[in-house]
Every structure is written in C-alpha cells, then in structure tokens.
Ligand binder design. Sequence first.
Ligand SMILES: [Zn+2]
Length: 242
Amino acid sequence: MKFTKTLFIPIRAIPFMESSIIFHGISEKEGIVHLLVKGYKRPKSKIRGEIDILTVSEVLFYPKPTRDIHTVKEAKMQETFPEIYRDYNTMKKCLEIGNIVLKTTTKEIAKSVFSLYRGLLKEVNRRKGECENSLYYGTLAKLLHSGGVFPKLSQCVRCGSHAVKYISLRAGGPLCEKCVRDEDDKQNYSVRMARELFFLLSRDFSEISRFRASSETFELIMNMVKLHLSGEFEDEVEKDSV
Ligand SMILES: [Zn+2]
C-alpha cells in the first residue's frame, strides 16, 4: 500500500473511543483530511506531543480511497505557534479562518491554501498574538482568491468602464451607474475600496497587518465569504480577475 507523507495543520480535534482523537485539518498534499491517532491520550503514546491543534506536523498515513478517516502511523512536530494562545480572541479568529479553510479547500488548491494558513499562523505568532482586522480580513480575501472566486476589482462587469459606483456580488463584481439594474445585494463601491482590496490580495502578511483598510472593505470581504460558503458564488465570478 502506498503511504502519504505530508505536512498537516490540525484545526479541530474530535475525541474517539476512550483514548483516541480524530484530527480534522488541512494537509499540503491531500487537502482536507480526517486523521485518527490511536491511543493519543495515553501517556505513553509516541505521537502525543508530535501533533496538535494549530501547529504544523509531518504526518505519515495510508490514504484509503474508500474511507474518510485515515490512521496516522507516524508524526513529527515541525513548527509551533505558542503566541497564538496568549489571547482568546486571537485563537478564536485563527480557528474561524480554519473552519472556512475546512469548508472550502479542494485538493487542487490544497497547496496554496496550506501555505496561506501557515503564513497566517506564523505572522500572528511573530506579532506576539496580535491578529488585527486587516490581517484577518486580508487572509480571508487571499483564501477567496486562491479558490478562484474573487470578483474583478476595478472595472464594471457589464461594460468594462472604470467609473464604478456599486458592487453586486451576485452580478459578479463592480457596476457603473449606467449598468446597475435592480440588484438587491448591491452596495456602494469606490476606487478606494478597490485599492484596499488590491493591497490585501497582493501584499504579504506582515505588510497587510500594518495596513488600515476601511470597514466597508472588510464588510465586503465578509459578504464574499458568506456567499462562497452558501455555494452561490462559484459560477458567477470570473477566475483570475486580479
Ligand atoms: Zn457599466
């Protein structure tokens, strides 16, 4: 049987039987996986201490196509982010983004999403447990973008004009005054918001942490996330729009 060795970040832990745990998380090679660690809670367990929530481990398991849960044979801790635990809200934010990762990551984008999520944890750790709004929403924007569901930023989706005034996620992006119809989800949109979105998508984590974007931009990102989670987003916006 062919084994898989991959980096893995556990996002959720579910107790199983008396002493075992199933870790639900993102792996670099296989995407979202459920990994069973038998006897994890036993003091003598070799794997205990080598795998934990919001850390990076190298794990070895045999992926069985017929099963959802795979048993971990070996694990080696690679990277920990202890500062995340300094602040309850920070930890909560990292787990919230983790839950979105769990719901939206396909195998095709696993590698880029893994690297984004690891990048976020690293940055929060480097910032001594701070997770500013710009880092939180910026990470969400990057996740949507790697999922191919980010709308065009600065051009009307109907006529290509740069004089955009509104954005409707259901219509697929920005709209100018002439092209706007009765989209009930439209909201005001400005060149400033387009610039802020571009900054969040194109700069690295340490730059976006220090960036001040407007609350309208954060709200727009949150609306994109909600639409994406509801499954309505996928077919309506163009890929590679940035
Ligand atoms: Zn237009």
